[in-house]
Ligand binder design. Sequence first.
Ligand code: SF4
Length: 508
Amino acid sequence: MEFSSRARQRHARLAGDRREQYPHSLQFYLEPPTESISLVEFESLAIDRLKLLKVVENLGVSYIRSTDTYKTKLEHELRKLKFPYRALAEDDYEARRKDHISHFILRLAYCQSEDLRRWFLQQEMDLFRYRFNELTESLMQKFLEHANLSFEAISEDLKNELCNELCASTPGFSLSKVKEQMFYKVGLADAVDLFRARRVFIKDGFAYVPFKEIDVIVLNNYRTKLSKALALTARSLPSVQSDERLQPLLKHLSHCYVGPDYSAQNNTGKISLEQIDALSVKSFPLCMRHLHRALRDSHHLRHGGRMQYGLFLKGIGLTLEQALEFWKKEFIRGKVDADKFDKGYAYSIRHNYGKEGKRTDYTPYSCMKIIMSNPPSQGDYHGCPFRHSDPEILKQKLQSYKIPPSGITQILDLVKGMHYQLACQKYFELTHDVDDIGFSLNHPNQYFTESQKLLSGGRELKKELSNSGNFQHKNNSQESMNSNSTPTSSNAAADTELEGLEAYFTED
Ligand code: SF4
């Protein structure tokens, strides 16, 4: 965020007044923020939290959560994005404020459907778990009191009386360890996870929970509160959505992809039509490979497929003239004659390239947009195969692409856990024979760029796809955080315009 010096002073005064709002770096987010913020700040805070949650998702699937690598990488990201990363810090008011406000903005954006709620809840839980476990014992105690979760510690006499039962019912606890640790008497409803896993001693409707397991209770409590809050927020959505400034922002955030804009590429014209078949096998993500195959087989794609695939091809470098030739050649091999193509389809292709209508230069779709909106119906080939295909059909497709059985199992497990982009990353690793792709996949055109970079040892990328390199560079600077939010605004505008554009695609 950029503030002028006067604004900074005013902000500092405000900050002083509000500091007591955040006695801890860790929050249960019980009270929504009440201060006024600009739309620009609203968007920038939300984008940063979205970036953080995407990293949380990625790390959660790639590493075991208790490992040092997981913790180090997550701390690095929290520092980089300026969120509270160590609960001991006394002077992180700005970070705490950002944490608070951004959580509530994404709560609004991600309460809109069951899928979104589930995703948001999972990432927020993982983030909370990491932060809570990073607290020292005394800070944990303080936080529990602050969150009204101050459970009653049992007396030494009672502990001695129950020590055999506590030792037998608490896995990993010897008699001496029982004597060392504090045990808390917790209502059964709060300890249901421990009870289910038979990891706690129960007596007279109370669970006797050792301090080291208290995170399970706290997380359980947090999950319940956040689920309820999301359901309540969803109910109040109609009134929020009636605000015409917020509605497009929230809609866009829930489909939001945080990364470079692939609409304007320096690689335009660097790809020949003859290369596309080979590229579709080597460097296209599954969604685009699927669309390309369907187009070659049936010499036609319906409107959703033409939009998704057409904009992707534009993003990888097809010029307007090439696009017109490519689609026409294929369509006239089917049921559409040249005249019908020129009248019915050429206009929409020119429109995609900003040469008709409002002359908007349309942006290729991000993974989030493909995954979250416009699911394919029968006869459609667009969408994300990891999200929209039946698992059995996906399995057969992966087998036909020679993915090894162990890889297919890993992909299907990720799909089952609704980690569609991570499943796609795994597909990338398996088809490119690398152990770790080293980037977080957000966009089909990013997949293509990274694939080309890998296959050509990085040389061609510099020459052909230098635009992507620029974005990488920008992403590493503070400037990029601001510049990243700008394409998002323009993406939001483009999304709105795309809806208008869809009217031009009435012909299937
Ligand atoms: Fe395409 Fe993204 Fe799905 Fe991969 S995750 S198949 S790139 S939409």
